[in-house]
Design a protein around this ligand. Sequence first.
Ligand code: NAP
Length: 383
Amino acid sequence: MKRVAILGSTGSIGTQALEVISQNPQHFTVEVLTAHNNADLLIEQAIQFQPNTVIISNKEKYLYVQQSLDKYMIKVFAGEEALAQVVEMDSIDIVLGALVGYSGLIPIINALKHGKPVALANKEVLVVAGQLVNKLSHQHNAAILPVDSEHSAIFQCMAGEFEYGNSIEKLFLTASGGPFRGYTQIQLQSVTKQQALKHPNWDMGAKVTIDSASLMNKGLEMIEAKWLFGLDAKQIEIIVHPQSIIHSAVQFFDGSIKAQMGLPDMKLPIQYALSYPQRVPSTFPRFSFWDYPQLTFEKPVIENFRNLHIAYEAIAKSGNMPCIMNAANEVAVQAFLHDKISFLSMSGLIEKTMQHISYIAQPSLDDYIHTHNESIAYAQSLL
Ligand SMILES: NC(=O)c1ccc[n+]([C@@H]2O[C@H](COP(=O)([O-])OP(=O)(O)OC[C@H]3O[C@@H](n4cnc5c(N)ncnc54)[C@H](OP(=O)(O)O)[C@@H]3O)[C@@H](O)[C@H]2O)c1
């Protein structure tokens, strides 16, 4: 039985993780749930799953959550510090990182420092501070198990290979292409947030959905893959695969390629990360070849999606540059969602911030925190 702490239980990944857990009560139990604003859903989840502790990171909602759960044996805490500290609990066997953006960095770092394995959906943690996060994972023997479907696919392809020193020659990271696949620059100039929020294959939180539309998500995933699998960015090729059936593929140094496939359903990679190294049975819908007689592949049009180019540039410079890029992107996405900038202006805002903020080649944790705050402030000043 694994006792799970779900950071971000009210989000898209968090709620799907709870579905996985409720279908496998013999394998998993919920120890911690956390939310930021959605107090009502957190209370509902807490009553259903009876965790040891819940955290509401927005302190203004503390009293409401605390009073609502008063008659249950559930501890309630509030604030960012509580969120960072809760992962230290002895009774947690695995932490699911399902927060969004930079907000997950400190809790995940703390989990690793306390030797907790982390099932990581929150890719921005690796984008911001991949080198440091990897170092802590090795130092404290705390595994990072990918939840992102592409990285889970690669991880599944690697099962039984790393042990024998079979290294990766190249990764094929698949991308659906998002809602604007095939759009020209002129068409992209006038796209709306309603269009951008309609992903063709995946139902996800707002930030990752906009990142998918702008292809920043694929840039973030390329950086995530670099750190998870110890690769050079040049070894990672992005392939547009509109059906989202092949979740990614690995080419080994003998030229053989292994791919992992299945229907686009995040519950499977969530379950695999939580149950690893075992697989546990599931009732998720099964893939049928006859429903997909054609699987197609295209090259991404980098000229139309500058964010991909920006992400390759950021990882080539490395140091704190991906952290700057990530912070500016968080500001850009919020600004786009609040109708303050257009879809295409997001890339310009990110580039200007990357040009302005001081570069640090070997950042410490304090440097990352400082870089993030400075980049957020600068990007906001450009709006
Ligand atoms: N959704 C997917 O299918 C998918 C697939 C692959 C990877 N991912 C990655 O998984 C992560 C989560 O994505 P998601 O789609 O699940 O996001 P989401 O639906 O927006 O959920 C985010 C969760 O984090 C909480 N949160 C937001 N801001 C916070 C803050 N400042 N401090 C503390 N908690 C905060 C939210 O709480 P409240 O709701 O209570 O405010 C919610 O529980 C992202 O990094 C994303 O890129 C997602």
